[in-house]
Design a protein around this ligand. Structure first.
Ligand SMILES: NC(=O)c1ccc[n+]([C@@H]2O[C@H](COP(=O)([O-])OP(=O)(O)OC[C@H]3O[C@@H](n4cnc5c(N)ncnc54)[C@H](OP(=O)(O)O)[C@@H]3O)[C@@H](O)[C@H]2O)c1
Length: 301
């Protein structure tokens, strides 16, 4: 069985590479952006013709959340046109697509202790465990908007897809919040981190394992379960809590200040609340999910 991974040199791509040897029955093909540029349909067709994958994990994306506000065309080309191209070649080759999306398709917040999504409509969440796959997306910025439009392009193009929404991804690989915190702690004595954005960290290796579990499920069961799935670790925290735990687990002593989002303006607005309800992925695929603090302990540094 051939599983082709796009964006192979990114954080998730590297996390999948790190577990690939544990699955000798899967023939992984890892394509970096130089071998497979997903914005180029002809390039996509050539690569799919060469490897004829049974599954494709689309881990390629434009992920610069703030920069997307000033270069929306580039974000659109990769996150929308790129996703559509991959869906089209998957359709042509009967390849099952696992496409990675984001909690940033939502813009939810807490009001009087109740979590609401969609700032304007103020609809209450369907689940106390967080945003579900059927809650209505309402992105706050260009990155989230292009990721949502990428989801919609796939849905309109090809039925045999899984869209996996994840959040706050970190690992030993590439650039991420954990590595930024560790670097800043080595340069400074004090640090301020926002405490009013609530979500859940996701260990990229846990996400990689969940994707492989979904693929293995599809090999053995009749596949009638295509659609959107949430995946993050369990629990919830603020970015401040996440930073505090990173420093605790690494025995780093630093003056850490909790600040409101208003004190740390960024070009892109972030969701105030983006905890994902994982009930569906656990029930359908039997995926077991670690608590975020426990999973953080497993990261190699
Ligand atoms: N990181 C997070 O916190 C987070 C949270 C929620 C969801 N996600 C989603 O998770 C997925 C994986 O994210 P990540 O953290 O692994 O991101 P990442 O580290 O930024 O990796 C993205 C990869 O995509 C590649 N890429 C960019 N443009 C491409 C193109 N035109 N064709 C092919 N490849 C291209 C990049 O290659 P180059 O470096 O060569 O350009 C890079 O290797 C993305 O869909 C992202 O939206 C991430």
């Amino acid at each position: 069985m051939v599983v082709l991974v796009t964006g192979a040199n990114g954080q998730l791509g590297q996390a999948i590479q790190s577990i690939a040897d544990n699955y000798p029955s899967i023939d992984f093909v890892f394509c970096s952006s130089s071998e497979l540029n997903i914005t180029d349909l002809t390039n996509c067709e050539t690569v799919f013709e060469k490897y004829k994958p049974n599954f494709c994990i689309n881990a390629a994306a434009y992920t610069a959340v703030d920069k997307a506000e000033s270069e929306p065309e580039k974000a659109f080309a990769i996150n929308v046109t790129g996703a559509q191209n991959i869906a089209e070649v998957c359709k042509k080759h009967d390849t099952i697509l696992l496409h990675i999306s984001t909690d940033f398709v939502f813009d939810a917040k807490f009001v009087d202790g109740i979590a609401y999504y969609d700032r304007e409509l103020r609809l209450p969440l369907k689940s106390e465990k967080g945003l579900t796959e059927t809650d209505v997306p309402f992105p706050a910025g260009i990155y989230g908007l292009t990721k949502l439009q990428g989801e919609q392009a796939i849905q309109a193009t090809y039925a045999k897809h899984f869209i996996i929404r994840t959040s706050w991804v970190y690992s030993q690989f590439a650039n991420n919040f954990m590595k930024t915190m560790l670097r800043l702690a080595s340069e400074r004595d004090s640090l301020s981190v926002v405490s009013d954005q609530i979500g859940t960290p996701t260990n990229a290796v846990d996400l990689a394992e969940a994707l492989v579990k979904m693929i293995k499920f599809c090999q053995t069961e009749p596949v009638e379960v295509f659609g959107i799935y949430n995946f993050s670790n369990e629990g919830q925290c603020s970015w401040y809590d996440f930073a505090k735990e990173i420093f605790n687990q690494n025995n780093i002593s630093i003056n850490l200040q909790a600040i409101p989002t208003s004190a740390y303006p960024t070009p892109a607005k972030r969701p105030a609340y983006s905890v994902l309800d994982k009930t569906k992925i656990k029930e359908v695929f039997g995926v077991q999910i670690n608590d975020w603090k426990e999973s953080l302990k497993t990261v190699k540094r």
